[in-house]
Design a protein. Sequence first.
Length: 259
Amino acid sequence: REFEAEIRFYSGDDPLDVWERYIKWTEQAFPGGGKDGNLAAVLERAVRALHGQQRYYKDPRYLNLWLKFGDCCNEPLDLYSYLRSQEIGTTLALLYITWAEALEARGSFRKADLIFQEGLQCKAEPLDKLQAHHKQFQARVSRQTLLALEENPDGDSTGLLEIAEPQRSSLADLKGRGKKKVRAPISRVGDAVKAMNPNRICQPQASQQLPNTPCFAVFDENSVSGPEIPTLTAQSWPAPPVPRAKENELSAGPWNSGR
């Protein structure tokens, strides 16, 4: 109640200080989290109340508040991309370290290295902390590469940073389940055959083609190349990301009216 009253009647020049103390008190009073602490709701209110105040964009306290809110979201990677597009915390090393660690946890080693490189190019502060985390990341990747080589000596010696991200193969062969080797009958024509086997020359059969019929190329998503890390253009913020920790948000009402 004291924090709510201070936020409601605050007249100072640093509203971020009140929200920071409120969030710290909530974390200490409810270390286990849950609906009693309601930390996700407080963080959501804080980012809404301070949104658009550019004087905090380079403030470590403001970035730390956003990163804590990202932990309550279903997809924190989208939040990090949004922060970069709005230039929130782009001069601070904590943004790139947290972003790269989230990508590393998902196995996206190459993208994580690109995030580290971006932070180093921007000379995010503290720079020595960012460099130390980058070296530790490279050491972990090198260790995993050596372990992979020990398990498979005849395999490729390419590092994990050079390995392309696993992609779903379009128009792949359908495999049967069970002990029997079953292959589904698939007849591919046109560009689909070329995509599966570039050395194969496909000769069209005259009996299967109709006169004056246009040829349609099958779209192959594997041949489409795009940037490693998608960038978001700066735009208005209609609503914050949806937190995942919301519970029991039904409106109050009589309990004995339903059957």
